[in-house]
Design a protein around this ligand. Structure first.
Ligand SMILES: [Zn+2]
Length: 307
């Protein structure tokens, strides 16, 4: 079978004439295939070149990002460590406040360790990092966790201290701790002594503070008036007297009074003027007989004075 031929017409510059060559289909096919292969390789190379370049570029910027992230991480960890140092100072002053409030210190180990610690170095999310980075991230997380627990503990401690303070204040306000009469001399101490009128030795269940009639008598602490006896018998008993109930089983008694300004059931605060010094009842001169009774037993009032 005769090969079909194809005419390729081209314009020759030499001699300015139209020429043609004849090629067999087979040759055309070979030439076309060669051209195709060439084009394929050429385009492939260009794509490859650009892809390489792009990858290099991307890698380079990823490297930069990586370095920046690691530096940031390092700085973050240092910052957290600095906060922890500051936290230690806060914890020390917290311990001081606790001591003043009458609370126990919190153990250092208890503050820093606590419960619920988690080892992040095994976290799946961190598997993509290098060992160093993984440790760095894990350490930072642990530090932050620890800090969070310490802040929580400190906050709770502050609340507790505040509570204790107000309890203490409440208790202090209800504890008789002042001389109920400004000035005045203690003419008779607490304890055994020969009775000035009866002559025999009987216990003196309070102290006597000598002061002119009309000298204000102050409540020694906050409390509620238990009794206010406005009547008296001459040369008998404690005369006009007031009893005040404070907290914790403590009572105070003010006797031989002149004027009484309070009524039973009335609330009083420390320093409130409740009466004036008098000479009522069995008394040898103007004075205040003052008693502090703890759990129904008279105790020496002087040991309560803070002034
Ligand atoms: Zn007395």
């Amino acid at each position: 079978m005769r090969d079909k031929r194809i005419k390729l017409i081209y314009f020759s510059m030499k001699g300015s004439e139209i020429k043609y060559i004849e090629l067999s289909w087979k040759k055309v096919f070979v030439l076309a295939s060669a051209l195709l292969v060439f084009l394929f390789i050429f385009v492939g190379s260009i794509i490859g070149l650009f892809t390489n370049y792009y990858h290099d570029f991307q890698n380079e910027s990823l490297d930069r990002v990586n370095v920046t992230l690691r530096t940031q991480l390092q700085e973050m960890k240092e910052k957290v460590q600095r906060v922890q140092t500051k936290m230690e100072e806060l914890e020390e002053s917290d311990d001081e406040e606790r001591l003043i409030a009458g609370l126990d210190k919190i153990d250092k180990d208890m503050r820093s360790v606590g419960v619920g610690g988690y080892d992040y170095s095994f976290a799946e999310e961190l598997a993509v990092f290098s060992k160093d980075t993984r440790e760095e991230v894990s350490d930072t997380w642990s530090l932050i966790d620890q800090l969070e627990r310490r802040v929580k503990l400190l906050t709770e401690s502050k609340v507790y201290i505040e509570q204790k303070y107000s309890e203490n204040l409440e208790k202090w306000e209800h504890t008789p701790s002042i001389r109920p009469v400004r000035g005045g001399r203690i003419t008779d101490e607490f304890g055994l002594r020969p009775h000035p009128i009866l002559g025999k030795v009987i216990p003196h269940e309070g102290i006597d503070i000598a002061a002119p009639i009309g000298t204000p008598v102050n409540a020694a602490a906050a409390g509620v008036v238990k009794s206010a006896k406005n009547t008296y018998t001459v040369n008998k008993g404690y005369g006009k007297e007031i009893r005040i109930v404070h907290d914790n089983g403590i009572e105070t008694r003010y006797a031989h009074l002149n004027n009484i300004y309070v009524k039973p059931g009335q609330r009083v605060n420390r320093w409130d003027v409740i009466a004036t010094v008098g000479n009522t009842g069995r008394s040898t001169g103007p004075h205040l007989h003052y008693e502090v009774i703890v759990d129904r037993r008279p105790v020496n009032p002087v040991q309560f004075f803070l002034e």
